[in-house]
Design a protein around this ligand. Structure first.
Ligand SMILES: [Fe+2]
Length: 447
């Protein structure tokens, strides 16, 4: 049984306990960042492995620069450590493709800067008045910085996947409990549910506020679409059949010459393999497909006679409890994720087989909504009714509009600090270096 409070809720902690919780989360994020950077040599850190990505050393220093701006300067009101490098590490001022040409800090300088900022942040954490204003309410600014670092760690992980040299990261193959004999799809009844949150302490501006949304009855895939299912679309000539593609998708499919998920290739016998973190793996039929763009997901769904779920449908499936009619934090309840619930936090470097983590399934039996692969939804990034940009417009407001599609649920590379039932990720519909897959839905029609 889960209850409302079997998780660390920053709003319920004493100041001392909150400081300890924040320090532990900051440290956990930094250990991951350091491991991702230390896994490769200096040359590898400064190289650009793909024009889609920054050199790893840019992300590394950018993490510290944001931490400095938000915690040392804004919360702590201390002098700048290095205001001279703000522009260089401003994501809005420098496109990823241009970042290698900047006079970036060297790896040695970066490590020094990162450590210097963190020392000052720990001083700020010890002396700052918490719960003094919206920025420090339940340690929000610190929580935002933790999430920012963990999100960049996932970006760094995607850069690792794009490296063409040998393996640098290692993790066991996921081997969780796995349910078999699951139905292909789950029925979600019509009705309203509470979407978004007004109570999750470290939820970001775009997840707020909680609001009621009506959802028609629909069916949702029990698990993410697997490699085997996706290969059937390939084998059926799906990439060459305009009927399944949207206008934008078909144009992109030709422009980018898409013919299979990113990193897939056939061997001489015609069997599918995929490159994964410097190794080559056979494409596992029962594993969720990953590294497909929105347009590929959309085309597969059309071929299957289905569609992608909306963001509201996805969140209802992930949070709505039919017994209590309440929206919970996760499919399994309110408890923070553990390794029995979901494949999160880079414990593994690939998704787990479809049907895994039965302890993490929703009350109605939808599996693997959290972790494994980000799931494309059909929704563009919109503001919830009552949305207020906080603490700065650049977090969400500048991204609102039709250019982006929302992804939900997190991947094997997403930390639990940056993943919850309300968490919204977004990207361009052509992107596929991210750890994204999908599941499909269909209208239930009138009974
Ligand atoms: Fe950033």
């Amino acid at each position: 049984m889960t209850t409302l409070h079997d998780f660390t809720d920053p709003t319920t902690l004493t100041d001392d306990a909150l400081r300890q919780h924040i320090a532990a989360e900051l440290d956990r994020a930094r250990q991951r960042t350091s491991a991702l950077a230390d896994a490769v040599d200096e040359q590898d850190l400064v190289s650009q492995h793909s024009p889609l990505m920054s050199p790893l050393v840019w992300d590394y220093a950018h993490i510290a620069n944001q931490e400095e701006i938000w915690l040392v300067r804004d919360v702590g009101r201390h002098d700048a450590v290095r205001s001279d490098i703000d522009d260089m590490y401003d994501a809005f001022q420098n496109a990823r493709a241009d970042r290698p040409a900047l006079p970036l800090l060297s790896p040695v300088q970066t490590r020094g800067y990162v450590a210097q900022v963190r020392d000052k942040v720990l001083d700020v954490l010890n002396s700052a008045r918490l719960n003094a204003d919206p920025l420090t309410q339940a340690g929000f600014a610190f929580g935002m910085v933790v999430q920012h670092e963990q999100q960049h760690d996932e970006t760094m992980l995607a850069t690792h996947q794009l490296r063409r040299t040998g393996p640098a990261l290692h993790a066991p193959t996921p081997a969780p409990d796995r349910a078999t004999g699951l139905p292909a799809e789950i029925f979600l009844p019509a009705g309203g549910f509470t979407m978004g949150t007004s109570t999750e302490a470290w939820a970001l501006d775009n997840e707020r506020p909680a609001h009621e949304v009506q959802v028609d009855a629909f069916f949702l895939d029990t698990t993410p679409v697997t490699n085997g299912q996706f290969a059937a679309f390939l084998d059926a000539g799906g990439y060459d059949d305009e009927r399944w593609w949207s206008v934008g998708g078909w144009a992109h499919r030709h422009r980018a010459n898409l013919s299979a998920p990113l990193f897939w290739f056939r061997n001489d016998n015609g069997d599918w393999y995929r490159r994964s973190f410097g190794t080559v793996l056979p494409v596992a039929a029962d594993e969720p497909v990953v590294h497909v763009c929105y347009y590929e997901a959309e085309a597969y769904a059309a071929w299957a006679g289905r569609r992608l779920p909306t963001e509201a449908e996805w969140e209802k499936a992930a949070r709505w409890d039919p017994d209590t009619q309440r929206s919970r934090r996760y499919p399994w309840g309110d408890a923070d994720p553990t390794p029995v619930h979901a494949n999160l936090g880079q414990q593994h470097l690939r998704p787990a087989l479809a049907g895994s983590y039965p302890a993490g399934a929703s009350p109605l039996g939808v599996h693997q909504l959290m972790g494994d692969v980000w799931e494309w939804t059909s929704s563009t990034l919109s503001a919830y009714p009552g949305f207020r940009p906080f603490p700065y417009d650049e977090y969400t407001k500048v991204f609102l509009g039709s250019d982006y599609r929302v992804l939900r649920g997190g991947s094997f590379g997403t930390d639990r600090a940056a993943c919850r039932g309300t968490f919204r990720n977004w990207d361009y519909p052509i992107r596929r270096q991210i750890f994204a897959g999908f599941r499909t839905a269909r209208n239930a029609g009138r009974a």
